[in-house]
Write a protein that binds this ligand. Structure first.
Ligand code: PGA
Length: 269
């Protein structure tokens, strides 16, 4: 009853030539795949290129971030209307890299929050996305230290509720949440499938309190963090996991297509 979804977050990878090549290869392999909605999220600079490559396919386009105002003196920012004019239907909001919560800090401590997203800005961005006809894919997840301190459920619940603050029920039902434990992102250390399922159930229960059981059961929930072809089947076999938000493994067409195919196969059984 929920169509699985595989979202490729390209992060800061691929110039326009490379973007054309990768998107065309994914389009060729998964362009008519049934039973899984595939979404490509290239960098802003490649949105129109990828949009062209996805023409006449069932694949959808998403962005990796947005700003909450529609226009104005906000140097370097990109708004919802700009994204939809490039063909975007989705936008990732509050990725842990944008919240400055890196799994393995690659930068000096002082630079960790350079992108500056927090629960309040995530909430504004979710509202701006919905108002601009974009489906927000909201990332939530705990740091390793928070998990070790037994705070996973508290951190995730706080992030989910903050993201939804002030939204009406008919807006909430369009939001997609991705559980992305920060320690699992880009580390090769995937979260146990049962544990990811447990946290997503917790999120669905929170959503049910907002929109009711029936509506919550229809909402798409994703897992992200070191998803790859060797662990996707076990993840998709979990009842609450409707798909993946994929970084590293989406940069090769072959492995990303395989993820989408397995998602369609497992959920189609
Ligand atoms: P990863 O990234 O698949 O490389 O761990 C996932 C993400 O950051 O969304």
């Amino acid at each position: 009853m929920r169509t699985p979804m595989m979202v490729g977050n390209w992060k800061m990878n691929n110039d326009n030539d490379e973007a054309w090549e990768l998107a065309s290869a994914v389009a060729e392999g998964a362009g008519t795949l049934e039973g899984c909605q595939v979404v490509l999220c290239p960098p802003f600079t490649a949105l129109t290129t990828v949009s062209d490559a996805l023409e006449n396919t069932d694949l959808a386009l998403g962005a990796q971030n947005l700003y909450w105002e529609n226009s104005g003196a906000y140097t370097g920012e990109i708004s919802a209307p700009m994204l939809t004019s490039c063909g975007c239907e989705y936008v990732i909001v509050g990725h842990s890299e944008r919240r400055g919560r890196f799994g393995k800090p690659p930068a000096e401590e002082a630079l960790l929050s350079v992108f500056g997203d927090n629960d309040a800005t995530v909430n504004r961005k979710v509202k701006a996305a919905l108002a601009g006809d974009l489906i927000p894919i909201v990332c939530v997840g705990e740091l390793l230290s928070e998990r070790q301190a037994g705070k996973t459920d508290e951190v995730v619940s706080t992030q989910v509720l903050a993201a939804l603050d002030g939204l009406a029920e008919d807006e909430i039902v369009d939001v997609i949440f991705a559980y992305e434990p920060v320690w699992a992102i880009g580390t090769g250390e995937v979260c146990e499938a049962e544990e990811a399922n447990r946290v997503l159930r917790l999120i669905r229960d929170l959503l049910a309190e907002k929109v009711g059981d029936d509506e919550a059961e229809h909402m798409i929930l994703l897992y992200g963090g070191s998803v790859n072809p060797s662990n996707i089947r076990g993840l998709m076999e979990q009842p609450e996991i409707d798909g993946g938000l994929v970084g590293g493994a989406c940069l090769k067409a072959e492995s990303f297509i395989e993820l989408a195919e397995v998602a369609a196969e497992v959920k189609g059984e």
